[in-house]
Design a protein around this ligand. Sequence first.
Ligand SMILES: NC(=O)c1ccc[n+]([C@@H]2O[C@H](COP(=O)([O-])OP(=O)(O)OC[C@H]3O[C@@H](n4cnc5c(N)ncnc54)[C@H](O)[C@@H]3O)[C@@H](O)[C@H]2O)c1
Length: 321
Amino acid sequence: MKAEDIKCVASIGGGVIGSSWTLLFAMRGLQVFQYDINDAQIEGCKKNIENNINSLIEFGAIKAEDKEEIKSRISYTTKIAEAVKDAQFIQENGPERLPIKQGILAEIEESAPADAIYASSSSGLLISDVTANAVHPERCVGGHPYNPPHLIPLVEITYCEKTSPETVKLAKEFYQSIGKEAVVLNKECPGYIANRLQLAVYREMIDLVMRGICSAEDADKALVYGPGIRWAIFGHNMIMQLGNPNGLKAMMEMLGDGGDVWLADMADWKHMPSKEYGEIAQASVDEMMKNFPDEIGHTNPEIAKYRDKMLIEILKLHKKF
Ligand SMILES: NC(=O)c1ccc[n+]([C@@H]2O[C@H](COP(=O)([O-])OP(=O)(O)OC[C@H]3O[C@@H](n4cnc5c(N)ncnc54)[C@H](O)[C@@H]3O)[C@@H](O)[C@H]2O)c1
């Protein structure tokens, strides 16, 4: 099978991530079978999809006249066999618990076509663990999106010893064919690439705030209007390349051991102070939300909508819409 032969996909679990994948698949012209465990969850999924389509229309990412056609490509079911029986690619978006993922994969394997690809949206589980009891682990990969997958281009593909190279190649080509920016991890590691990068930055932000060096609000501001706005264009290796007329190597030579003093003072703790930081930072974030201009909004749904509007503007610059 080639990526361009894939016309029918299944999305297993229709929560935040599953409903967003489903919308993306349907927007790219694929027939999608959406499974969830009961009618209430299916209704929630439909609502997510409706809201997301309406935002895409409002922000000029898709045309209003395409809405019904996109929706008509999606079928909903509470029977997993029905969802996967004709699927060539199966995106699994169930809860992030290993026994549940293993159970879902076992059910999928009972009914899916022999050559269907299974990709798990897992945020950090090892695909070797997810497929430990699989009959066809060679057809399984991790396909970790960034939320929301219908907007954020990244997908991280992970594989293990039992995965066939053909599966990895096909998964990568399939994701690329629907507009994703796919990266493949050469070795398994918990948290993959992007979440580890994000956590490294967040550890330092938390440390700066907990040591009283800056407020949570100023840490956010420093990130957004400093590195963050550049990172929306280029990764840090390219930023280093541009930092010296002679490129990255010259930049690294220029830095020499200059960063060592900072590194010696920076956070290297291995246990997340989640409770303590939650208590410190929530009040600052509440204050930030209160003081946002009305255009951004003051509640989680309003601010998330603004985030999506800005994301679409950035994605348009990246020619992703
Ligand atoms: N939320 C994020 O930011 C994010 C980002 C990337 C990846 N992920 C990963 O995506 C997956 C789904 O996360 P989510 O945030 O959409 O969670 P969610 O709780 O919003 O959705 C999970 C869905 O799975 C369904 N479900 C429950 N039991 C099931 C079963 N046995 N079989 C099939 N479906 C079942 C639930 O009804 C629900 O609709 C997780 O593995 C998560 O780690 C989440």
